[in-house]
Design a protein around this ligand. Structure first.
Ligand SMILES: [Zn+2]
Ligand SMILES: [Zn+2]
Length: 400
């Protein structure tokens, strides 16, 4: 195989956001990936997504394609059963598109809110309903397929694999890992057989928990902090030394020289994952109106109704002020925002729920006043609508 074809993407990466388990800083992982000639990198922290935005932004800055994901926990039985005998399994999920991102957020949130028992968990039933837009990898030795193999239950392992294959519409991969653990070699042998038998593709990963090989020592300290042990204690959780780092593509090809397809599949998966954030785009909800009704005209009518109720006579300056404010609200795209706030303040008033008179610059708006959102007459108290104008007036005062 030529150098050119030795392309590989790490799809199973724990960052510093896998608290007390991952020691790789987001920025350092990305820089290292770039140094090693890789153009994409995934983030798959344990049960949480709070690192994904930091990771995404840093990756964009480093010129690396970010792949958003999570290594979640799946309960064997219903997540409502919060008992020790309800085993949990690991599963790696990667986001393909916006739908997948929304589903992953739902999965991770529900796991914490509804399924929490020692770990945030969801169950098969929940995954079935939220699998669209996601790719799943069978994870480490803690994965459902792997655990069943280790327990000698090949039938159970196959059933689990078939469940995930169906759930993720062929976006499910059996994950080969090799951290020089005897158990892993045993499991991998079965996974390769199963891949052929059930027609499920393979993928090779390294379960990255730190950046460089030599970082295993500081990572070991972190594990001791997590488990409340000291370094010299014999009987404690530890990882095979110097195996859980960000390997180069060459190292991955060497280690998995028997499974080229599994290596190439990392590139294929990375190409399928194309989710981008839209920062600084306001995502205000739409205020539902009957078909054909114009949102701006509706808002205007509400304000004019309020104007008639609150002022008598309606001087020209009042109509001018109202038109001016409405023009700016329309221009800035806040028509629906005002309708929504009008709606819930109205609901509160009709149901005797107390609301305040309005605060900050909102109190300087005749639109807000005529809609009943605020209770202060901005004309009577000479309150101004725009903050920029306030600064000009303040400047005039200081000069004067
Ligand atoms: Zn795992
Ligand atoms: Zn992992």
């Amino acid at each position: 195989m030529t150098e050119e074809t030795k392309k590989f993407v790490h799809l199973h990466v724990h960052t510093e956001y896998s608290l007390l388990d991952g020691s790789g800083k987001v920025r350092k992982l990305l820089k290292r990936a770039k140094e090693l000639g890789m153009d994409s990198l995934a983030i798959t922290d344990h049960g949480a997504m709070y690192g994904v935005v930091d990771f995404y932004k840093a990756a964009k800055e480093e010129g690396i394609k970010p792949i958003i994901g999570c290594e979640i926990y799946v309960s064997e039985k219903s997540m409502a059963i919060k008992e020790k005998n309800n085993d949990i399994y690991h599963l790696v999920l990667l986001v393909k598109n916006e739908t997948g991102y929304k589903n992953l957020m739902k999965i991770v949130s529900t796991a914490s809110i509804e399924g929490y028992y020692y770990k945030p968990r969801v169950d098969h039933e929940y995954l079935l309903k939220h699998s669209e837009g996601l790719i799943a990898l069978s994870a480490c030795l803690g994965g459902e397929v792997q655990k069943n193999i280790l327990n000698g239950n090949i039938k159970g392992a196959e059933n689990a694999a078939l469940f995930y294959k169906e759930t993720f519409k062929d976006g499910f991969y059996l994950e080969l890992q090799d951290h020089k653990l005897e158990e892993q070699l045993r499991v991998s042998e079965e996974l390769i057989k199963m891949s052929k038998k059930l027609n499920i593709p393979l993928v090779a990963t390294n379960d990255v928990h730190y950046v460089k090989k030599e970082d295993w020592k500081s990572h070991d300290v972190l594990l001791c902090i997590q488990t409340g042990k000291t370094l010299d204690e014999e009987n404690r959780m530890r990882y095979q030394s110097g195996e859980f780092y960000l390997r180069s593509p060459e190292e991955m090809y060497e280690r998995f020289n028997y499974a080229e397809e599994a290596l190439l599949n990392t590139v294929k998966i990375a190409e399928e994952c194309n989710f981008d954030y839209e920062f600084h785009v306001s995502k205000l909800p739409n205020f539902p109106l009957p078909e054909g009704q114009d949102h701006f005209e509706y808002l205007k009518q509400l304000c004019e109704k309020g104007l008639k109720k609150l002022y008598n006579p309606i001087l020209e300056e009042l109509s001018e002020r109202l038109d001016y404010e409405l023009g700016i609200i329309k221009e800035m795209g806040y028509v629906d925002y005002f309708l929504i706030v009008w709606d819930f303040i109205r609901f509160a008033n009709e149901n005797e729920i107390m609301t305040g008179p309005g605060r900050g610059s909102a109190a300087g708006s005749i639109v807000a006043y005529t809609l009943g959102i605020t209770k202060i007459d901005p004309i009577r108290y000479n309150l101004i609508f725009e903050r920029g104008d306030a600064l000009v007036k303040l400047g005039e005062l200081l000069e004067g």
